[in-house]
Design a protein around this ligand. Structure first.
Ligand SMILES: [Zn+2]
Length: 320
């Protein structure tokens, strides 16, 4: 799956606008500092004149010139910082932080796309509007334990702890989660909570209902014209930091789905990329629907998180 030229250009443009806005901001602030801080402008000017002077000395073979130049630059920088601070400006006033320090808001590190750029591409590609809708209401702030009682509550609390661990250790520990239980017990809610936190930490997250995932795979696989499209779709699907497959078991299961699902799990595991699956199916049903090998792959590489309780969607409705 690839961006259209138009989408790609828009994205590049977005980065250009961001860089331009920063340049303008710095120019404005520099002007302000020149006006308010006595001597600052003069220091900048003397900094600018250092280069030509020293180049001449370097060219005429003065070996010490380079070290002297560096020392002098540092002196002037120190004096500038001192003046700025003395006038009550923050230290980074003329060097405001980048949104993404890794690529300095260019979208690229060398010729490679930065993680922030890839994340934006994914969000365009997989109409992350879906996920945005999901995480709007489903995040840890809106977590409500009052819908659970007794053993249901214990399971829910355990699940929340597991989610927090999952997020905290995301960079260092390869983990997969399987949320299983009846309809409306909070499985998608918890997936949404995790997605939100990780997206905010700059991770690439793709969210699919099982139905849409398998439909997309089938569409690409059976359309002979789109092998490249399939290839890049699979690349994203296998390499993205986190894939969430919601409501496994609601799709139509055929032999194609079974084998694709197995490949998907295998490839993600090989790459040590995390996956979260939620399902209403029991373990027996997963085995029956998808085969033993799919079940054992899930059972061996996923932490299973059981949730029970009343259907929260119905409870919420009855409160209205
Ligand atoms: Zn970046």
């Amino acid at each position: 799956m690839a961006l259209t030229n138009r989408q790609y250009d828009d994205l590049i443009h977005e980065y250009e606008v961001k860089q331009l806005a920063r340049t303008h901001l710095i120019a404005e602030r520099t002007q302000e500092v020149y006006e308010k801080v006595d001597g600052y402008k003069e220091l900048d000017e003397s900094l600018a004149s250092l280069g030509p002077t020293y180049t001449k000395r370097l060219l005429s073979g003065e070996d010490s010139a380079s070290a002297e130049l560096h020392a002098q630059i540092q002196d002037i920088k120190d004096m500038k910082a001192h003046l700025l601070k003395g006038a009550g400006f923050p230290a980074d006033y003329l060097n405001p932080p980048y949104e993404c320090p890794d690529c300095k808001d260019t979208g690229f590190i060398g010729s490679e796309k930065c993680h922030c750029f890839r994340r934006k591409m994914l969000s365009i590609l997989y109409s992350q509007s879906n996920i945005e809708l999901l995480i709007k209401d489903q995040n840890f702030e809106s977590l409500d334990r009052s819908y659970y009682k007794g053993e249901d509550l214990q399971l829910f609390d355990r699940a929340v702890r597991i989610c927090h661990d999952f997020i905290e250790n995301f960079d260092t520990k390869f983990q997969n989660l399987l949320f299983y239980g009846d309809v409306g017990v909070g499985k998608s809610f918890l997936s949404g909570c995790v997605a939100k936190e990780l997206l905010e930490a700059g991770k690439s997250v793709i969210y699919f209902s099982a139905n849409s995932l398998f439909r997309q795979l089938a569409q690409n696989a059976f359309d002979s014209k789109s092998k490249d499209v399939l290839y890049s779709f699979l690349e994203d699907l296998y390499n993205c930091d986190l894939v969430i497959v919601d409501d496994l078991g609601t799709e139509l299961v055929n032999s194609f789905v079974k084998s694709e699902f197995f490949s998907f799990l295998t490839e993600r595991n090989l790459r040590r990329k995390s996956t979260i699956i939620s399902t209403n199916l029991t373990f027996e049903q997963i085995t029956k629907e998808y085969s033993d090998r799919v079940f054992s792959r899930i059972y061996n590489s996923f932490e299973t998180v059981k949730l029970t309780g009343d259907d929260i969607r119905l409870l919420k409705k009855s409160e209205l």
